[in-house]
Design a protein around this ligand. Sequence first.
Ligand SMILES: Cc1cc2nc3c(=O)[nH]c(=O)nc-3n(C[C@H](O)[C@H](O)[C@H](O)COP(=O)(O)OP(=O)(O)OC[C@H]3O[C@@H](n4cnc5c(N)ncnc54)[C@H](O)[C@@H]3O)c2cc1C
Length: 317
Amino acid sequence: FPSSIAVLTTLFRGVGGGGVRGCPPPAPRVVRTPGGVRSEDLPARADVPTVSEGLAAGGEQEGRKRLTAWLARGVDSYEERHDDLAGDATSRLSPYLHFGAVSAAEAVHRARARGGAGAEAFVRQLCWRDFHHQVLAARPDAASDDYRTRHDRWRRGKEAEADLRAWREGRTGYPVVDAAMRQLAHEGWMHNRGRLLTASFLTKTLYIDWREGARHFLELLVDGDVANNQLNWQWMAGTGTDSRPNRVLNPVTQAKRYDPEGAYVRRWVPELAGLEGPAVHEPWKLPGRQRARYDYPDPMVELADGLARFRRARGQD
Ligand SMILES: Cc1cc2nc3c(=O)[nH]c(=O)nc-3n(C[C@H](O)[C@H](O)[C@H](O)COP(=O)(O)OP(=O)(O)OC[C@H]3O[C@@H](n4cnc5c(N)ncnc54)[C@H](O)[C@@H]3O)c2cc1C
């Protein structure tokens, strides 16, 4: 804690100046933090996920440049392509919006001025952002408690912990789940479709508490945002605002629909890069000798067993 004051003091020195009419007031020489707040050492560079290419620079200038480029070149195909995992055809504006480097109001205004179906679809996604912020403002407890409880008795104990670890590390044996988890670890960002299907896998197929998943995401996401993270997790866990709380996303069906050629999986799961086309989504179906060539785990759970466990837990049997 004293060292953080020293760092802040050093940082603020030299910024100073000011005091002139119309200029910001001078920066404080010392910032006092509330008692009991401990500081932590800055993480080593190697412990920080590599930020996506093109996202390495922050700030308003960079954010607006990205918004301008997105409206000029990307947004028109957004409606058809936003779920294309390999195509990476979304704006990637989320970190800038999260940190306030780009204003959502400006993004909406400029998208509307551009017009078209893609721009409207983009504005609809921005509405989700505001929606979650408003829900959290009305129900701050939803950051940690079920928004609408289903009285889940989430799995706990050693076996659940081992499953959670495998999910975090991207070795569930379901290639599209592992690809998305590895993208998160490597880039600090994950495609929205990946977020949906990894969250469904954790909370429904593995029946592990959404809070565990939300915590991991918040630790790694460069756009990590309490309202949008916790409430999207709750949406997928069926404890939030989703009107179909028991929906389960099948990772194989999702993979075939949103990564039909398997390019996203091959990018993030190099062990399977030798498999062509959609075969990469189901390596367990390969004939024995061919399967043995790939150093990649078998599925950690049968999807049908996971589904049956979830339905039993939710009293749907
Ligand atoms: C489990 C889970 C956790 C998530 N955690 C976060 C988070 O911590 N921070 C965060 O900003 N988003 C979160 N999202 C929402 C969404 O995945 C990201 O906003 C989106 O992937 C960011 O990429 P983009 O900027 O290219 O999005 P685009 O598709 O280009 O969308 C434009 C903007 O709209 C907003 N938006 C899009 N989809 C959503 C959504 N479902 N909910 C709320 N806002 C949305 C974002 O501000 C985004 O930048 C989460 C989604 C899920 C399913």
